[in-house]
Write a protein that binds this ligand. Structure first.
Ligand SMILES: Cc1cc2nc3c(=O)[nH]c(=O)nc-3n(C[C@H](O)[C@H](O)[C@H](O)COP(=O)(O)OP(=O)(O)OC[C@H]3O[C@@H](n4cnc5c(N)ncnc54)[C@H](O)[C@@H]3O)c2cc1C
Length: 437
């Protein structure tokens, strides 16, 4: 069986490594002309770290990230609403790892080059469209200017504007080509651009003194104004630590913002004034914002869940299948899970079309639930509850939200996202190790 993957992002590369390990003939086609460590911070939750560990990447991951110790929600004055231990500190067999998105992609890319061989990873090959018949699928690739430099979330130009890069025949095509997936657009031409919920996220990275445990992730504020930050690298010898931050404002009007690129620069004057008073003593949000060399602006977008992912021999994976709000730290983790389940099914089912169906049966409803849960603010809804019930703050959070209610919100989301501790420990491995046929 020959499998081709469009997109060398987090999901596509994890799928390639997993398929290769299972002895399946796989090649990857990436639209970007050059791989570069783009993006800012990202989280790998324990269920995704388990998968990367089983792929032999735990050491590389830990060498470039921080094992997150705790997650803390506060109100807009920095008063604590909820605290929970994370990863191994919460009794999981695997840590939660906060790290730079681009470095994670490069770990996967370098592993793919080493294991599959460079001749199986093709850059500057953007999927244009595909055609299929009873015996196979043919993917047509193009070279696209807008994807040059490591990948962009901007809508790619139409095929007619691009230079052909050749066609490849395979048994299965996995479209892991991100939120503006060409394969998804071919199957759902009327879907239009991603859906914006009115929130804008400004993201940056600042070297600053560690806060709280030095491995804490905090979320402050409420649905309309939020500040999230967490360290993504251990402290340097001078004691400063690389801290990823996200300042978020939600607007009732569009205000000229358009669904855009991860690499579009943001301007401080658009959001810093709203956060000037958010110095909580233990965390100086305006200081962190000012200390960054620059920041990126990104509208909070997702897409409606689809009724089907497979189109014959073609299926979707990761953001191509289920782009979701970056709430609950799930985007990369769910792409990794998709990749592992799909590779396991392709490696263990005799009929590849049956494998696609079983993959979809498991992953489509699970991720659709998460897309919808994130629209309702996922586990972060406790922050909005605190704001609505006590906009002036509180002395004891339990006068405002009952302890059981807080615990219920947190555990319910973990179950939906598939990282309930007991469930994760009990689940058999998705790894299949076989020599190439
Ligand atoms: C440049 C970039 C920066 C990002 N930065 C952040 C961040 O800072 N924080 C965060 O939480 N999330 C970030 N994300 C999103 C995050 O990586 C994804 O939500 C998550 O990892 C899901 O992974 P994925 O593999 O489905 O998609 P992605 O990781 O988005 O990967 C998709 C890949 O497909 C490639 N591609 C696109 N179109 C085509 C095509 N037609 N043919 C072939 N290849 C194509 C892209 O270049 C990219 O390499 C970023 C994504 C990108 C592309």
């Amino acid at each position: 069986m020959k499998v081709i993957i469009a997109g060398a992002g987090i999901g596509g590369l994890t799928a390639a490594l997993s398929l290769h390990e299972a002895g399946i003939d796989v090649e990857v086609y990436e639209g970007a002309a050059r791989m570069a460590p783009l993006g800012v911070g990202i989280n790998c939750l324990p269920h995704a770290v388990r998968e990367l560990t089983e792929l032999g990447l735990a050491d590389a991951l830990m060498a470039t990230g921080v094992a997150t110790r705790e997650l803390v929600y506060t109100n807009k004055s920095g008063q604590r609403i909820w605290q929970e231990d994370r990863g191994r500190h919460a009794g999981y067999d695997w840590p939660q790892v906060s790290l730079h998105r681009g470095r994670l992609q490069m770990i996967l890319y370098e592993a793919a080059i080493a294991r599959l061989g460079p001749q199986r990873i093709h850059l500057d090959h953007a999927l244009g469209h595909y055609a299929q018949d009873a015996d196979g699928v043919t993917a047509h690739f193009v070279s696209r200017q807008l994807l040059a430099g490591g990948g962009s979330r901007r809508q790619a130009p139409a095929d007619g504007d691009a230079r052909p890069r050749g066609s490849v025949r395979a048994d299965i095509l996995i479209a892991a080509d991100g939120i503006h997936s060409a394969a998804r657009r071919q199957r759902h031409p009327d879907e239009g651009p991603p859906i914006w919920n009115g929130a804008i996220l400004w993201r940056g990275v600042t070297f600053a003194k560690p806060f709280l445990s030095g491995a804490s992730m905090i979320m402050a504020g409420h649905e309309w104004q939020k500040f999230v930050c967490y360290p993504i690298f251990p402290p340097r010898p001078d004691g400063l630590q690389e801290i990823n931050w996200i300042a978020e404002l939600k607007y009732r009007e569009r205000n000229g913002f358009e669904p855009e690129d991860w690499n579009r620069p943001g301007r401080l004057e658009q959001f810093l004034p709203a956060f000037e008073s958010w110095d909580f003593g233990w965390l100086d949000a305006p200081g962190l914002i000012r200390g960054a060399p620059g920041c990126f602006e990104f509208p909070m977008v997702d897409r409606d869940p689809l009724d089907a992912w497979a189109d014959g021999r073609v299926t979707l994976l990761g953001d191509a299948a289920h782009p979701m709000y970056p709430i609950g730290s799930n985007g990369a983790s769910q792409a990794i899970l998709d990749a592992r389940v799909l590779a396991w099914r392709l490696a263990t089912e005799a009929d590849p079309l049956a494998a696609l169906a079983l993959y979809e049966e498991e992953r489509r409803p699970a991720t659709a639930k998460l897309v919808l849960a994130n629209r309702r603010n996922g586990p972060e809804k406790v922050m909005q509850m605190a704001e609505e019930r006590a906009p002036q703050g509180f002395t004891d959070v339990h006068e405002v939200i009952d302890a059981d209610e807080l615990a219920r919100v947190a555990s319910e989301y973990k179950r939906v996202a598939g990282f309930d501790r007991e469930q994760l420990a009990a689940r058999p491995s998705y790894s299949v190790r076989r020599d190439p046929a």
